[in-house]
Ligand binder design. Structure first.
Ligand SMILES: [Fe+2]
Ligand SMILES: [Fe+2]
Length: 352
């Protein structure tokens, strides 16, 4: 009896192992041949009814050109004649890396998305419904005057961090921006993670702040994905990022546990510094000290920039994002200063 059960178990295990190989191709094919979802349905699901951006799921069409890659093509041969460049272009999106057949036995769909003009959506690291047009009207000069001891501590911590940064990077703003974005994307993730755990521990909702902080982290990471296309990090810069991340992640984690009002205030001041840095970056571009190259394709799609956008346009929209992060974090700190909890104020979700 035992042996018969053992045999049956073995047989079912073998079938389980063989199944993907036997059936995956058919499964994948049927997924790819799924009928197109009505554009209106997709738009309503993504909350973008009325927008010019409509997406449909459709089989990938080999060789279809992606609209935003036009800008990069000004300087480079077409992807068809330079496959290596195509790979580089997709650094931030992992585009087409799955083309060579990752089996989908588990029913996880390839999720090919096309834009309304029929061209393939190139990026896997963000989707069309996560894109937005930056709010360039935001006041860049707002500043929180530090009055309390904690505020002054946060302010001077940030100011003291600026000195070694200035010495290290000097006027290499592209490199500086890329490196600083590796740090800027940490606080939102740490804060969001801690609020997530708090929500679980206390059986209570977060007022949307988990999502808002994770959105901020994701937005900062997209800044990094963009600058990676402009400035390639050297080995010692990568090593520096690993070290700084190790220190900063843990320091910010501790800081947030001890005093969220201090942590958010510090990020608010970090964002004020980021605005300053990007303003200097723009000045260097205007003086011609930094070449105003075409905007990376990933940036054109993420911020819905025109196809002929330049690095200057990219820096301008990133600076606007930083101003939003500044306001969100100073606001979060203010909530704590008023003796309230973040969950009591609706979080600024989708605030860019
Ligand atoms: Fe940023
Ligand atoms: Fe930021």
């Amino acid at each position: 009896m035992m042996m018969r059960r053992g045999g049956a178990k073995l047989a079912s295990s073998l079938i389980a192992v063989a199944k993907p190989r036997l059936f995956t191709t058919a499964t994948t094919a049927s997924r790819l041949l799924k009928p197109t979802i009505a554009a209106a349905e997709v738009a309503s699901v993504s909350g973008l009814t009325g927008s010019n951006w409509i997406w449909t799921r459709a089989p990938a069409i080999g060789g279809v050109r992606f609209a935003s890659s036009v800008t990069l093509d000004v300087k480079t041969p077409t992807p068809e004649t330079n496959p290596k460049k195509t790979e580089n272009e997709s650094t931030g999106g992992d585009a087409n890396k799955g083309e060579k057949g990752i089996n989908s036995y588990w029913g996880v769909e390839p999720n090919k998305i096309t834009k309304e003009d029929g061209t393939e959506w190139k990026w896997n690291c963000f989707r069309p419904w996560e894109t937005y047009e930056a709010d360039l009207k935001i006041d860049l000069k707002k500043h929180h005057v530090p009055t309390t001891f904690l505020d002054k501590l946060a302010y001077w911590t940030v100011k003291s961090l600026r000195l070694p940064t200035d010495l290290f990077f000097q006027r290499r703003y592209g490199c500086r921006a890329m490196m600083l974005e590796t740090v800027a994307a940490v606080p939102g993730m740490v804060g969001g993670m801690l609020l997530h755990c708090k929500s679980l521990r206390r059986f209570e909702q977060s007022g949307g702040w988990i999502k808002a902080l994770l959105e901020e982290a994701e937005n900062e990471r997209m800044h990094l994905m963009t600058f990676m296309e402009v400035a390639k990090p050297k080995w010692y810069e990568r090593a520096l990022v690993i070290t700084v991340q190790g220190v900063f992640f843990n320091a910010y984690f501790l800081g947030y546990v001890i005093s969220p009002k201090f942590a958010h205030r510090m990020v608010g001041y970090l964002e004020e510094e980021a605005i300053h840095s990007y303003t200097e970056f723009l000045k260097e571009l205007d003086k011609g000290n930094i070449e105003n190259v075409p905007a990376p394709a990933i940036a054109i799609d993420y911020w819905r920039l025109p196809a002929d956008a330049t690095l200057r346009d990219v820096v301008t929209v990133i600076r606007a994002d930083e101003a939003h992060h500044r306001d969100v974090n100073h606001f979060a700190s203010d909530i704590h200063y008023q003796g309230r909890e973040l969950k009591e104020a609706p979080a600024p979700i989708g605030y860019h």
